[in-house]
Design a protein around this ligand. Structure first.
Ligand code: NAP
Length: 256
């Protein structure tokens, strides 16, 4: 699939929110491709350690690093730890994200909105800042790639369920395009993957345990996607095979 440069060992990749779901699948696939991986988590330490064990058992290298991406000091510590333990950075996957729960706009409140935007938007931007400071040729780095996890909801709007969350992912799309152009001449590519309905815990923790089953028939492919199907797209964007691809939003949504 991927034209990896086998003569040079790849630099480290940080995957935020990698203790489960899509992030865990990305971390496992990155490890299988030879990237040393920093498996970030907010609170699920045992689950993150299990992802590390799976990567190591498959012959890869990984560490688990706690850090809430909404907290600037945690983000800085995450990047410092990854640099110290895994070496120079080659990639960042901004995957950590929350929905804030199911709610029509008339029912949202400031506390939920502020927290959701801090994780999804500010967290993504702060992590990207740290990655650019390390990878940009303008700062003495050797380049790299950033992949932001958006959502198809940014295009469809999340109507009746989570318009607030869809709007946060719209911000991720704008950020992806803008940052891609800002650092394109500095050796960094920036892209997004926008998954559709993916079978993870996110739906249950958002208050809709039956959401995947209920909505699967509305997807043109008649099913939810798997975390591994999303991870494949992310790894392609991280890889040299995507060397002329930047500022792109890759939708992985079964035709939605
Ligand atoms: P998930 O199963 O709920 O997993 C979320 C992950 O993010 C967990 O590892 C969690 O770690 C971590 N996390 C949450 N808040 C964090 C924070 N403040 N700092 C660091 N890590 C944090 O979610 P998922 O379905 O895999 O979703 C992953 C990404 O894909 C999200 O950005 C989501 O918006 C996006 N997405 C998902 C779908 C879908 O259908 N599932 C569709 C489109 C887009 P802890 O367990 O330690 O809290």
């Amino acid at each position: 699939m991927v034209a990896w440069n086998k003569e040079k060992s790849p630099g480290a990749v940080i995957v935020t929110g990698a203790s489960r779901g899509i992030g865990a699948a990305i971390a496992r696939l990155a490890g299988a491709h030879g990237f040393p991986v920093a498996v970030n988590f907010a609170s699920a330490e045992a689950a993150a350690q299990e992802v590390v064990s799976q990567i190591v058992a498959a012959g890869g290298r990984a560490i688990a690093v706690q850090g809430d991406v909404a907290r600037e000091e945690d983000v800085i510590r995450l990047f410092e730890t990854a640099a110290r333990e895994l070496g120079p950075l080659q990639g960042l996957v901004n995957n950590a994200g929350i929905t804030g729960g199911l709610a029509r706009v008339e029912a949202v409140n400031a506390e939920m909105l502020t927290h959701m935007l801090a994780v999804n938007v500010a967290g993504t931007i702060l992590c990207a800042r740290e990655a650019v400071r390390r990878m940009s040729q303008r700062h003495g780095g050797t380049g790299g790639a950033i992949v932001n996890i958006s959502s198809l909801a940014a295009r469809t709007g999340g109507t009746g369920e989570w318009v607030h969350y869809a709007a946060s992912k719209g911000a991720i799309n704008s950020f992806t395009i803008g940052l891609a152009r800002e650092v394109a001449s500095e050796g960094i590519r920036v892209n997004a993957v926008a998954p559709g309905l993916i079978d993870t815990d996110l739906h249950a923790t958002s208050g809709a345990p039956d959401r995947v089953e209920r909505l699967s028939p509305t997807v043109p492919m008649q099913r939810a996607g798997t975390v591994d199907e999303v991870a494949e797209g992310v790894l392609w964007l991280l890889s040299p095979a995507a060397s002329y691809t930047t500022g792109t939003i890759l939708e992985i949504g079964g035709g939605r």
